[in-house]
Ligand binder design. Structure first.
Ligand code: UDP
Length: 242
């Protein structure tokens, strides 16, 4: 493992949506996407970065949408969404270990036979021992999303930043596909994101990061090497802070 001096960060939470793991149809788990994510994580892990991954489940099921279309009680559908994140987390754990990096899934919902429960001190211990922690089950409660889980996890384990992996380069003033005047923002304050209702992540997650002073870095996961460059201090994507 390389010296920590080469890292601009000591400990971060990486938020990966289910879409980031999906195949070409945006559904399920794509082997190439899985390998890509694991490789990108390995490349920052070898720099000495402590990394906890909060994984979403939208590639399998989103509670709100599912309950509306299937007449399933919304709370139940959200529980199903949380279980979907466990499926993704198990895949990520194996993909990391295939690359020679120890990983542990810790879940906020109880699934004792397949992974550990999320226990703050245990999670920190894994990170200190050089393991990647894969945090599944979101917050463990329905009606919220894994963005909120990532913001909470960062506060709980004293991470300096949430790295929000997306399919685009960062935050724009409007949707660049629909609005030709849309500008790319390399830096934003939390208030600019909240007041402008910029589509970055759940506003409750942004609010939580603001209250805890957690920096948010929004970046394109598909560009190989992006995360490594961020960790090495380069200005990539959009940085949201004070
Ligand atoms: N979910 C939940 N509580 C949480 C996190 C997630 O109920 O704390 C459910 C919710 O139904 C959500 C689904 O799990 O739609 C998948 O999570 P999310 O939508 O955040 O996944 P992503 O969009 O990041 O893939």
């Amino acid at each position: 493992m390389m010296a920590q001096g080469q890292c601009a960060y000591r400990r971060v939470v990486l938020k990966i949506s289910g879409e980031g793991l999906s195949g070409s149809e945006g559904f399920g788990i794509g082997p190439e996407a899985l390998q890509h994510v694991a490789g990108e994580v390995r490349d920052v892990h070898v720099l000495g970065l402590q990394i906890a991954i909060v994984v979403g489940g939208g590639n399998i099921l989103r509670g709100g949408t599912f309950s509306r279309t299937c007449h399933i009680a919304e709370a139940t559908a959200h529980h199903m969404g949380m279980l979907a994140t466990v499926i993704n987390a198990l895949a990520l754990q194996e993909a990391m270990e295939h690359l020679g990096i120890q990983a542990r899934v810790l879940s906020a919902v109880a699934v004792h036979s397949v992974c550990e429960p999320f226990i703050r001190r245990r999670c920190i211990r894994h990170l200190e021992k050089g393991r990647v922690a894969v945090l599944a089950g979101g917050t463990g409660r329905p009606f919220v999303t894994t963005d909120t889980a990532a913001a909470l996890a960062a506060a709980e384990i004293n991470a300096e930043a949430v790295f929000k992996a997306t399919q685009v380069d960062g935050v724009y003033t409007a949707d660049p596909k629909k609005d030709p005047t849309a500008r790319f923002c390399s830096e934003l304050t939390y208030d600019q994101v909240i007041n402008g209702r910029l589509a970055v992540m759940d506003l409750s997650a942004v609010d939580m990061c603001q209250r805890n002073g957690t920096r948010i870095v929004v970046f394109n996961l598909h560009k190989a090497g992006n995360m490594k460059r961020i960790v090495q201090g380069e200005k990539i994507g959009t940085v949201i802070g004070r």
